[in-house]
Design a binder for this molecule. Structure first.
Ligand code: DOR
Ligand code: ZN
Ligand code: ZN
Length: 428
């Protein structure tokens, strides 16, 4: 089937080419990008006034499958991704059981092929059962195609064991996706440690809980030479540490989640579990540092940390609630509204951080670009749509978002995966 995307404003972060072009797709590939393509096609998508970007590649998603399907499944998470413009997502291994072997990675990949409309790359655990005691079969998981290993949900606190894992990861061409949290310093904290926590009578999580592990992990990456990707950076000092690592030429990249730049503790009006995530919403100074870090390209990636939970796990006090919020269906709108509209990021930088840089980190050479020969994973993004985020419209099983009721600008009009339309917005 041939599809022609007409009159859109194409953003290609690989060549840095941008402008008004048509994009012709045949089978699963982009076969032509040019002005005024006049070839017959079975389907024409009118992208006037829209950006045509490479499909978003979300490095950080919790799909909860296997074992926690009451929260999310490969199918519902995949549909949420398609709705959010995400064409490839990395699924974190803190499922039940934990994905810690080649067979478990293969099982998810096989089922995702059938159940998910978007591409799923399973990330492997670092230790067996994420227990922090014995290394998982890292080589076996690499063979099964997991691209990266992560203990996400926690850090590997034993630095010696972690260093061994890093060496094996490097030998097998895998990256480390690091969740940075010194568990011995959390001390029951449920939100950022500041005045707001005191007012609400809640225990705080200090910035150092994150920063000491960011520093440790950078030093271990320096020693082992492994490619290190720092997940959900939320503090001013984590940005500074990433900058130092980059200035040293270390193979370190960093991600920021939309909630960490679109909200601060000032938005928490009451003790509501839907505002609880790990790392927590931080102070205004941290938010400004994250935005500046994104603008200066110190921070490379925007990823969601999509963490669906059931209503009863979230509609309660922060002391009781599970950590995590959903993000797949709001990432593009929040990024556009908070970063592109105010001129912090250019639209091209948005495409770099949501697609091209993640593709590079994963080593996906045929993705993250709009050019001839690339896989036709594409998002048509309309910057003119204004709407109010409504959790009841989510495809995700998770309705746990602090952004319900927030007015945003820009939304996904259409998502293509491998040349197939997997999502089309119903109305404007
Ligand atoms: O907020 C979070 N939720 N942070 C994590 O690190 C884990 C995640 C989850 O699995 O729910
Ligand atoms: Zn995490
Ligand atoms: Zn996570």
């Amino acid at each position: 089937m041939k599809i022609l995307i007409q009159n859109g404003y194409v953003l290609d972060p690989e060549s840095k080419r941008e402008g008004k072009y048509d994009v012709l797709i045949e089978e699963n590939k982009i076969i032509k990008v040019a002005e005024n393509i006049c070839e017959p096609a079975e389907r024409i998508i009118d992208a006037s006034e829209c950006y045509v970007m490479p499909g978003f590649i979300d490095l950080h998603v919790h799909l909860r499958d296997p074992g926690l399907e009451y929260k999310e499944t490969l199918e519902t998470g995949g549909k949420a991704g398609a709705r959010g413009g995400v064409t490839t997502l990395c699924a974190m291994p803190n499922t039940k059981p934990v994905v810690d072997s080649g067979e478990k990675v293969e099982d998810v990949h096989r089922r995702a092929q059938m159940d998910s409309p978007v591409n799923v790359i399973q990330i492997g655990a670092i230790t067996v059962g994420q227990q922090g005691e014995t290394l998982a079969d890292i080589a076996g998981m690499a063979k099964a195609g997991c691209h990266a290993i992560s203990e996400d949900g926690k850090s590997v606190m034993n630095a010696s064991l972690y260093r061994k894992a890093m060496k094996i990861a490097k030998e097998n061409g895998l990256s480390i996706f690091a969740h940075c949290e010194d568990i011995t310093m959390v001390e029951g904290g449920v939100m950022h440690a500041d005045e707001k926590a005191k007012i609400l009578g809640l225990k705080g999580i200090t910035n150092a809980v994150e920063d000491v592990i960011v520093a440790r992990d950078i030093l271990l990456a320096k020693e082992t030479g492994v490619r290190l990707h720092l997940c959900h950076c939320s503090t001013e000092d984590s940005v500074k540490l990433v900058e130092v690592a980059k200035n040293e030429g270390l193979p370190v990249t960093a991600e920021v989640c939309p909630h960490h730049f679109a909200m601060s503790t000032e938005d928490i009006m009451e003790d509501d579990g839907n505002f609880k995530m790990n790392p927590p919403l931080r102070g205004k100074k941290d938010v400004e540092a994250l935005k500046a870090g994104l603008q200066a390209d110190i921070m490379d990636v925007i990823a969601t940390d999509h963490a669906p939970h059931a209503e009863e796990e979230k509609n309660c006090s922060m002391t009781k609630a599970a950590f995590g919020i959903v993000g797949l269906e709001t990432m593009a709108s929040l990024t556009y509204t908070e970063l592109v509209v105010p001129g912090i990021l250019t639209p091209m930088q948005m495409a770099e951080k949501t697609s091209y840089n993640p593709a590079k980190i994963l080593g996906l050479k045929d993705k993250g670009a709009i050019a001839e020969g690339k896989i036709a994973d594409i998002v048509v993004f309309d910057p003119n749509i204004e709407y109010v985020i409504d959790k009841n419209t989510f495809f995700s099983k998770g309705k746990n978002t602090p952004f319900h009721g927030r007015k945003v600008q820009g939304d996904v009009r259409c998502t293509l995966v491998g040349g197939n339309i997997v999502y089309e917005r119903q109305s404007i």
